[in-house]
Write a protein that binds this ligand. Sequence first.
Ligand code: ATP
Length: 424
Amino acid sequence: MFIGIDDTDSPAGMCTTYLGAVLGERLREGGMEVVEMRLVRLNPNAPYKTRGNATVCIEARGDPERAFGIAAAAIDEFADLSCENTNPGLVVVEERPDPAFYWKAVRHFCSIEEACDLLEESAALYRGWKNGRGLIGATAGVASELPDRTWELLAYRRPECWGTRRAVERSSVFAAEAATYPHTWDSVDRQNGVVVCVPHTPDPVLYGIRGESAAWVQEAGSMIRAEEPERLTVWITNQGTDAHLIDGEIGTLLEGRSYRVRGRVAERASTGEGGHVRALLEDGDKHLACMAFEPTKGFREVVRGLVPGDTVLACGSCRHGALNLEKIRIDTLSEDTIYRPPLCPTCGSRMTSAGREKGYKCRKCGARAQEPETSLRPRSVQKGWFEVPPVARRHLSRPQVREGLDQRDTPLPLDPIETSIKER
Ligand code: ATP
């Protein structure tokens, strides 16, 4: 059976993965076999998410009604039901429902009614607390399929520590990543000198190590010196897989979805208030602004280095009509030509503009010329992939360190609902 839970936490505390970890233990204590612990990230632009839009699915063997009772009791005990925005959902189903629902939840938006319809069709046991919104995530979790997957070791804090400062030895995290990279990633951001895997929110997570297998994340975890965790859970996940990206075209992007789009750079990037960088892409007569915000740090230099005529594949979420960049692949580099008034052919002094479209004039001897002097500026960027640093990475974004990314230009898994969804 597959047990899905979601929407149990609030900004003040708790974490659905912690509840999942406790539930896994209780199912085992109840004599059931836990086959898989799955942590599934859904649309990062979902409006009601608390933090990373995570949902949990546990695959287990045993009696579904008993499992349902154990899970419901755990939700009653741990969910932060006092928060208006916490609306838990619980699903137990013997066969995975149609994965189209998962793809819709990771790439688009779903309603509670759609989730309930699918649960009825699937003969699921289910319950929603309060407005029941968590049923969307819980259904998506049990319907999920992972054509690509990564692992995360999550260490959880003892309850008496919740809300206090986390004691994790910074140097041990850098050492753990140095010893296990590229098989684990994003524990630290070396370039920016930041520990990324230790949250600052009041939830039970102590740290999370991401990597390519259960063995590698455990290896890295064994090197971390920190306060004694209450428990450790290794999750299989869709993190770092780009599951949220849809192949899109400029001019057709929908708000709140994430895309890979091709385009030609239309103008040089500009830097606005707060250090946010904006570049403009075009495809025929359609335009798309692409944003690299201040937290993306050095990535902004790449965007600033683009010049008109470059062609790129841009990946990111469509928010307020612009694409918030997660990474970009530069496919062709155009020449960075600098134009300036020419030297006077008669007296050799630098000419000045004679006015718009009127060519150039020598202020010294009065000679005229039509063509400017041109020179090529060396390009500051090269072809290839560039991504935001770990400190700004989204859970679902596939990091470049994962093998094969440079060569990868295959279509993404088919989006079964892409053709049928209605614009929100
Ligand atoms: P945590 O990471 O600790 O689990 P969270 O960031 O996952 O917190 P939730 O508290 O689970 O956030 O809130 C997300 C809510 O949005 C849930 O009720 C979930 O069912 C719902 N949701 C998730 N994806 C979608 C979607 N694509 N369309 C509509 N609702 C969604």
